[in-house]
Write a protein that binds this ligand. Structure first.
Ligand code: NAG
Length: 336
């Protein structure tokens, strides 16, 4: 009897929430959806109706219950419901929101209303069309925001980004070609997902992974099975958006610049021996960077005491007992 029960437990499919910022009809996300399902997972795809790259953590909700503009590639159109299921697949949903509000839409609306007894075991963001490297993208990227939003909700999460930049409609781009970058990325997503969901050890709370794939398949010569290399977010090559002002046209444009200061010699947390993910990317080898990051933004105790020494004069230990004000005993309706 025991082995049978054991087998039964092993067979309970894990559930993955899949999202992105390039919309629910992008080729990369559809290839990954297909392969995760083929691998036996329950997959619920919930993603923006239209392109929301660069929206960072913005938390948009639909303006009314109808789309006010056409969705990406006209798959859904102005006047259609602002959220709903894809006509062809009831596990694929769109929402006229941003990546982080799509995760909330999944957790707070779709799953409670349309799925019985489902808990999300893992959120996957991407694979994005284009890399998401360095703090500059960590804060700007919609894909990354879906992942850190999920982590703040207590659900393990990984962001994947491809080097294939084309904003591609799955009805144009999805095929069985084993050199199609979307298919190669999907396969690598499944590889990592299996390891994580099979492991007896969970990824620690507040810790996420950011994976960046190199150019592959028919967009690169000799790379159809990139290896994974551990990396870190900061470090040499780190870059940030910066501004350019043009006198002639009296206008601004933005560009990406290499940051100094936090980049080269500065390493207080993390494994300082690891290469930066940007350096891994720029090696232009058949290597994917894997950064393990934390959403715990508090500084460590040494850093806090340094700051305390600087501003200590204005700090006061109030002696107030703040415990009684902390959630969940707090009724927000009293204060909001
Ligand atoms: C990029 O994507 C668009 C939309 O799916 C498609 O029409 C076009 O052929 C693609 N371009 C390349 C170079 O793959």
């Amino acid at each position: 009897m025991l082995p049978f029960l054991y087998l039964l437990v092993l067979c309970v499919a894990k559930t993955i929430l899949l999202t992105n910022d390039d919309s629910f009809v992008s080729t990369n996300i559809r290839a990954t959806y297909r392969d995760l399902k083929d691998a036996g997972y329950t997959v619920i795809l919930v993603a923006p109706a239209s392109q929301r790259s660069g929206y960072a953590g913005k938390f948009d909700v639909p303006d009314g219950n109808k789309l006010t503009a056409d969705g990406e590639f006209l798959h859904v159109k102005a006047g259609d419901p602002a959220w709903g299921r894809d006509d062809d697949d009831e596990d694929i949903w769109y929402f006229d929101g941003t990546p982080s509000s799509c995760v909330a839409f999944a957790l707070d609306y779709v799953i409670p209303n349309y799925y019985d007894d489902v808990d999300i075991d893992l959120t996957i963001g991407g694979p994005n069309e284009g890399p998401n490297l360095s703090p500059g993208f960590y804060t700007a990227s919609g894909t990354m925001s879906a992942v850190y939003y999920s982590l703040y909700r207590g659900i393990p999460a990984i962001s994947f980004s491809g080097s294939n930049l084309n904003n591609s409609y799955y009805k144009d781009g999805l095929d069985d070609d084993d050199q199609n970058p979307a298919n190669i990325y999907a396969k690598k997503v499944v590889t990592l997902t299996k390891l994580i969901l099979k492991s007896k050890t969970s990824i620690p709370n507040t810790v996420g992974l950011n994976v960046n794939f190199p150019l592959v398949g028919n967009e690169a010569s000799d790379c159809d099975d990139p290896v994974f290399q551990l990396s870190r977010l900061l470090g040499p090559g780190v870059f940030m958006p910066s501004l350019k002002y043009d006198d002639l046209s009296d206008s601004f444009s933005w560009t990406y610049d290499f940051a100094s200061g936090v980049a080269e010699d500065y390493c207080v947390v993390g494994d300082c021996n690891l290469p930066s993910e940007y350096a891994v990317f720029w090696a232009l080898k058949c290597i994917s960077s894997v950064t393990v990051f934390t959403i715990n933004n508090d500084a460590n105790t040494d850093q806090i005491s340094t700051v305390k020494n600087i501003i200590g004069n204005v700090l006061k230990n109030t002696g107030e007992d703040f415990d009684e004000y902390s959630a969940p005993s707090l009724d927000l309706s009293d204060v909001l």
